[in-house]
Design a protein around this ligand. Structure first.
Ligand code: SF4
Length: 336
């Protein structure tokens, strides 16, 4: 039984009452999170990827991108600067770049956790479960494994033959290991329709996730989806608002993809059910090369400015940048 019927969800997705939907989502968010917005500082430490996802600029066949890999001291320095500037969660993110060994990732996690009272999130793709188990022992708290769609056939198509069930099983295994888990979708993928979006919303809700991200599709010129139409920004807000109502305690970020459509994209998201902002703290020399979609990380700023901008934006909305780690309010796996 969902807090909204399927008919109500479809009616909202069709845009019949956006004001009511966004206001309801904001109220639900306020009851659970008050005025606080959680900050997750993302260090995008490598844009090398062995996968071929049709929607992503980091895909292995894209020869136009400047590839980079940060060394461990540089990653740790970026994380430390983020912590000194108020971040209480560090997200270590990369493409599926298996050149970093199990021990190197473990060393990164340990180094950050031993020096600071922060949560560490891993967003590094389809690594082995034995590796994830080791990183959990090293102190990693959370994992992000995006599904992008709940339609296995569409998943296979957009992720160039990958298995939806394998990805889903990985997510469930990480939950059992003790991680807080997050996933998400892209709203408006080519060949998707409103029934797919309904299915995505219900599927993500049934997964009882600690974090859900839903951002609009942005076509990248150097991918097979270069000529596809962009997702609908308003529809993306409807999706996050509906996810908020159906998942009151789940952390839901205002994704950076929103800003690709509108400079105030994330600000609007914070008033429509989102409670998390994830500023990139990747060193400025490489930020623009983490080009998953056009517009991502397009402004070259340093770590402290990136966090200061995020905090100023939050305050400008009469909200408060949280000083907590922002652990899941629904998980038994959470950290303080
Ligand atoms: S979505 Fe992730 S796995 Fe797919 S190509 Fe991009 S970085 Fe690689």
């Amino acid at each position: 039984m969902y807090a909204l019927s399927k008919l109500e969800i479809i009616t909202y997705l069709n845009g019949h009452n956006d004001d009511e939907l966004f206001s309801l989502a904001d109220q639900v968010k306020g009851k659970v999170f008050g005025n606080e917005v959680y900050l997750r500082a993302i260090v995008e430490f490598s844009n090398v990827c062995n996968k071929k996802c049709f929607y992503c600029g980091l895909r292995a066949p894209n020869s136009k991108i400047n590839r980079y890999r940060l060394d461990l001291p540089t990653i740790i320095e970026a994380a430390e600067t983020a912590v000194l500037n108020g971040a209480r969660t560090i997200v270590l993110q990369s493409g599926d770049d298996f050149s970093y060994s199990r021990n190197q990732i473990g060393e990164l996690v340990r180094s950050i956790k031993d020096s600071h009272d922060v949560a560490v999130t891993l967003s590094i793709g389809d690594r082995g479960l034995d590796e994830y188990a080791y990183w959990f022992e090293c102190g990693a708290d959370r994992c992000l494994i995006k599904l992008e769609t709940s339609n296995p056939e569409l998943y296979k198509q957009i992720r160039s033959g990958e298995s939806f069930n394998e990805r889903l099983n990985r997510l469930e295994s990480l939950r059992l290991m003790g991680y807080e888990i997050g996933s998400g979708i892209i709203v408006g993928l080519p060949d998707s329709n409103i029934k797919d979006i309904l299915q995505d919303i219900l599927f993500l809700t049934d997964l009882k996730l600690d974090m859900i991200a839903a951002g609009p599709f942005v076509p990248h010129p150097d991918t097979p989806f270069a000529d596809a139409g962009a997702g609908d920004l308003l529809q993306s807000y409807r999706v996050t608002a509906l996810l908020r109502i159906l998942n009151p305690k789940t952390n839901i970020p205002a994704t950076s993809a929103l800003d690709s459509f509108d400079q105030r994209g994330r600000e609007l998201g914070l008033g429509r059910g989102c409670n998390v902002i994830m500023p990139s703290v990747t060193p400025s020399a490489h930020r623009a090369d983490y080009n998953i979609y056009p517009g991502k990380n397009s402004v070259a700023i340093d770590v402290s400015d990136s966090l200061a901008q995020a905090k100023n934006m939050i305050r400008s909305l009469n909200l408060i940048p949280s000083l907590s780690k922002g652990s899941s309010k629904r998980s038994s796996n959470n950290v303080q």
